[in-house]
Design a protein around this ligand. Structure first.
Ligand SMILES: Nc1nc2c(ncn2[C@@H]2O[C@H](COP(=O)(O)OP(=O)(O)OP(=O)(O)O)[C@@H](O)[C@H]2O)c(=O)[nH]1
Length: 302
């Protein structure tokens, strides 16, 4: 039979840190988690309170989880982020970058100093978390330009449409299409055509600010969503886009190519009367084709 002392040694040897926390957020006991590559030091925590250790909003969140684990008596699994700067240990050890944790929180069937307690096991899941974030980013990105892809734009437009309907926050949509890319492909080769498409990625990344979301919608068509921007300001954005494209093409491409390449732009604003974001997107797209029919390299409003 294992002795109490041996049991304490087993707990101390746990690779991940395990905390016994009271309902009021007091550290009653701390075990394991001594690997400084993965964890901040837990030394000297016993007797302190969560509110002494982390900023108020985080402390409130921890207390909420403890409360929930005690009330439900179920195993809670929660992901959260903590950086060494947020933890008031007075000891600057452990990894310098923020750590993502998976916390497993379970009510314990005994009281400490008359208070209910939980066991809070914390595992470092930063690698998995970063990998998942990277995969999410890749699945939202167009490989050739580095801009977002259509799937990501559609997701964002759904939330901008909701904001327009519920909070009257305007969003403008700027749809644009390269002029004469087929001629460039046919005369100078597909690789030069690719370079022109990549140039749009560069122009959008360098020239957009704030919440603007630029995406390659498909082929040589692009869409920029401009949250908090009304139609008149979107016109200014479209003028700037024309200017930037012209300057970039003149600077980086041969004269013969720069003289035929340009962008046709259609803009529209999501309206309160729209029943979906697609209606505004269609208006922008229709305006884009009017710009094409009107002679290309110009902006039309939908
Ligand atoms: N190089 C290259 N070409 C592409 C790519 N995606 C689509 N295209 C070409 O882009 C052209 C798009 O067709 P259109 O928009 O009708 O051609 P366009 O010459 O730009 O005509 P306008 O839009 O009327 O000015 C087609 O020839 C496609 O093959 C790509 O990733 N790389």
């Amino acid at each position: 039979m294992i002795s109490i002392e041996q049991m304490a040694m087993v707990l101390e040897a746990l690779p991940d840190p395990a905390f016994v926390l009271s309902r009021s957020g007091k550290y009653v006991a701390v075990f394991g988690g001594h690997d400084e590559r993965y964890y901040h030091s837990s030394e000297g925590l016993v007797g302190l309170r969560i509110t002494d250790m982390v900023p108020a909003d985080k402390a409130a969140w921890f207390l909420e989880q403890i409360e929930l684990a005690l009330e439900t008596e179920a195993l809670l699994i929660r992901e959260y982020e903590l950086s060494i700067k947020e933890v008031n240990t007075g000891v600057e050890d452990g990894p310098p970058h923020p750590i993502w944790f998976e916390g497993r929180i379970q009510k314990l069937d005994f009281l400490v100093d008359g208070e209910e307690v939980v066991l809070w096991m914390a595992s470092n899941i930063t690698e998995r978390h970063d990998m998942e974030a990277k995969l999410r980013e890749l699945s939202d990105t167009d490989q050739l330009t580095g801009l977002f892809n259509r799937r990501r734009l559609e997701r964002d437009l759904i939330s901008h449409y909701k904001a327009a309907q519920e909070q009257f926050i305007p969003t403008s949509i700027v749809a644009f299409d390269l002029d004469n890319l087929k001629t460039i492909n046919d005369t100078l080769g597909h690789y030069v055509g690719d370079e022109v498409i990549m140039a749009i990625g560069h122009i959008c990344r360098a020239g957009l600010n704030g919440d603007a979301i630029a995406c390659r919608f498909g082929g040589d068509e692009f869409v920029v969503a401009l949250p908090n921007v009304k139609l008149e300001q979107a016109m200014v954005f479209a003028d700037l886009l024309h200017e930037r494209c012209e300057a970039h093409f003149n600077c980086f491409f041969a004269k013969s190519l720069a003289s035929i390449i340009g962008v046709s732009i259609g803009i529209a604003e999501i309206l309160a009367t729209d029943t979906s974001y697609e209606m505004a997107l269609k208006r922008a797209d229709d305006a884009l084709y009017q710009a094409k029919r009107g002679g290309k390299n110009r902006t039309m409003v939908g």
